[in-house]
Write a protein that binds this ligand. Structure first.
Ligand code: CTP
Ligand code: MG
Length: 180
């Protein structure tokens, strides 16, 4: 059933979707790169902070267990099956999403893009690749059972759409400086 596939894929990615948004709300304080530069640019920039990364990871990780607790009732209400999160899978999704985003900033600085500059494609998928890779690395059995090929296909299509939408919303709400 298509609805079950799409809702299940969205559900499975929630611990990876939320960290970046939590980091926007929690960001500030000391940058991870400590202000250091590599060549003529910052290593990561002021947009990647310890606080944003820590809070983002914790919020995403905690959300996985809220989802696990709510899954039974949501399944009954919607009449569909939903995935459950393992501890390592949840941590991999949340922290991996943050690492993917940090890796993208590293690439942006190396390619001469200032903080906040857009890098179409990378901006929408960096955290997905990071989240899926770290989850697979930390708990491959769980990952393989949860992210089947149809689920992965939906994730790759759905995520850029959701990412563009939420960032435009965050921009108009005054939470982000740029709409990407
Ligand atoms: N943020 C943070 N720590 C992170 C990720 C994000 O503190 N690991 C916060 C920062 O305040 C950042 C905001 O969330 O400015 C928006 O995140 P993002 O768009 O990823 O950063 P940018 O400021 O656009 O910087 P970059 O060009 O490096 O992506
Ligand atoms: Mg940005």
């Amino acid at each position: 059933m298509v609805i079950e596939l799409v809702v299940g894929a969205f559900w499975a990615m929630l611990p990876a979707y939320v960290p970046n948004n939590a980091a926007v709300l929690a960001g500030g304080g000391a940058p991870i790169d400590g202000g250091r530069t590599w060549g003529s640019s910052r290593v990561l920039g002021d947009g990647k902070t310890w606080r944003g990364t820590l809070v983002g990871t914790l919020v995403g990780f905690a959300l996985a267990f809220v989802c696990n607790a709510a899954a039974g009732s949501v399944e009954a209400a919607l009449g569909i099956g939903l995935p459950r999160f393992s501890v390592l899978g949840a941590f991999g999704l949340a922290f991996g999403a943050m690492l993917g985003d940090i890796g993208a900033s590293f690439l942006k600085r190396r390619t001469g893009r200032e903080r906040g500059a857009a890098f179409p494609g990378l901006d929408q998928l960096d955290f997905v690749v990071g989240a899926l890779a770290l989850a697979a690395l930390l708990d491959f059995a769980w990952f393989r059972g949860t992210f089947t090929l149809p689920v992965l296909a939906v994730v790759l299509v759905l995520t850029p759409i959701l990412h563009v939408g939420t960032n435009i919303a965050a921009y108009y709400l005054g939470l982000k400086n740029e709409p990407w």
